[in-house]
Design a protein around this ligand. Structure first.
Ligand code: UDP
Length: 354
């Protein structure tokens, strides 16, 4: 069976690294990879292919920038051309980006079955581009690989139990990835801080595109850096531009986006994770660290339920108070919330049995 995988953004490279390896190990499956180009900086794209052993993409489309509609539309047209040429038996998409939606939609229109990894997640906030992308992608998929029981329940609530599709709780491929690469973590070049720093990432549009939220978050980071512990911020290119545009100044330890192996090294040594990322919320948990999340909702509600994560929105005082209170608190993964690290294997097995 031939599988056409579509990826384009940093978290998808990380997820694809474990699934592509499982596809090879499974046997009987061949994989063609399209990289749409959504993330294109060397430190947002190439470094992951180099570090994680992902097969080189067979097609690199170099589509990035522009509005959501423009980017998605260009991807739709170009991905369709590849599908017409390659005639895959199945298309595989990950998560919630414009690349995911374009791939799923192009395939559905050509009657190529779609498997969605990370299906069923919901923030219930339709202002998030990711929420729109994931809901529509789920609608046109016939295999929905869910990372959690919550995701399965979300799909059941939307009527998926009555549809002729497969909804499977396989666990989260990001746990596979964290476990696999944990032993290979490496220090970022020139990093000199001692353990216990606050590891921060910031890139959600709801924060970067809203000047009031962005200013409150930058204010909180500066205060935490001065009063709690050094804040280490591998700065996403979009956030860098937004901060410059808003005329804000960051007085924290800012570095360029780091590779995944460096990110794991930082996760292993930090005293707390402060983020608005989806993936990083779970990675904090995988490495036993408390997470404080600068959003109003999260798709990973089980982390809130077990007390490993707190939502603080973009409220400056709340961010500072919560980080001050929770800094250094460890969390324990006693709950097998994310499948235990065999998600990719389960996915490859299932795909080969179809
Ligand atoms: N990540 C990384 N380098 C960084 C920041 C994040 O390798 O400088 C990794 C992080 O460990 C996680 C993934 O990128 O595995 C998360 O991606 P991102 O936060 O961009 O997307 P989201 O998960 O929010 O969709």
């Amino acid at each position: 069976m031939s599988i056409l995988t579509i990826i384009g953004a940093r978290p998808q490279f990380i997820k694809a690294s474990v699934v592509s390896r499982a596809i090879v190990a499974q046997g009987g499956l061949s994989e063609i990879i399209i990289h749409t180009g959504q993330h294109f900086d060397a430190n947002m794209s190439d470094i992951f292919f180099d570090q994680l052993g992902i097969p080189r993409p067979n097609y690199k489309l170099d589509i990035h920038g522009g509005s959501h509609g423009e980017m998605t539309g260009r991807m739709l047209a170009e991905v369709e051309q590849v599908m017409l040429k390659e005639k895959p038996d199945r298309v595989l998409v990950y998560g919630d980006t414009n690349s995911t939606l374009a791939g799923a939609l192009a395939a559905a229109k050509l009657h190529i079955p779609v498997a969605h990894i990370e299906a069923g997640l919901r923030s219930f906030n339709m202002c998030m581009p990711e929420e729109v992308n994931r809901i529509l992608t789920d609608q046109v998929s016939d295999i929905l690989f869910c990372p959690t029981k919550t995701a399965v329940d979300n799909l059941a609530r939307e009527g998926f139990s009555d549809k002729p599709v497969q909804v499977l709780n396989v666990g989260d491929v990001m746990q596979d990835s964290a476990l696999f690469f944990a032993q290979r973590a490496t220090a970022p070049r020139g990093f000199h801080l001692s353990d216990g720093f606050v590891l921060t990432t910031l890139h959600r549009a709801e924060n970067t595109d809203d000047p009031a939220r962005l200013a409150a978050i930058v204010g909180a980071l500066n205060t935490i850096h001065a009063t709690v512990a050094p804040v280490v911020l591998p700065l996403h290119p979009r956030t860098r531009m937004a901060i410059a545009k808003a005329g804000l100044s960051l007085d924290v330890y800012v570095v360029e986006p780091v590779g995944y192996l460096e990110m794991i090294w930082l996760l292993q040594r930090c005293g707390l994770v402060l983020t608005d990322s989806g993936g990083v919320q779970k990675e904090a948990f995988f490495f036993g660290k408390t997470c404080v999340t600068m959003r109003d909702q999260t798709e990973w509600v089980e982390l809130i339920d077990v007390g490993a994560n707190e939502l603080v929105g973009a409220d400056q005082a709340n961010i500072v108070a919560t980080v001050t209170r929770r800094h250094g608190q460890k969390v324990e993964d006693q709950h097998q919330l994310y499948g235990g690290g065999q998600a990719a294997e389960r996915i490859a097995q299932y795909l080969s049995s179809r």
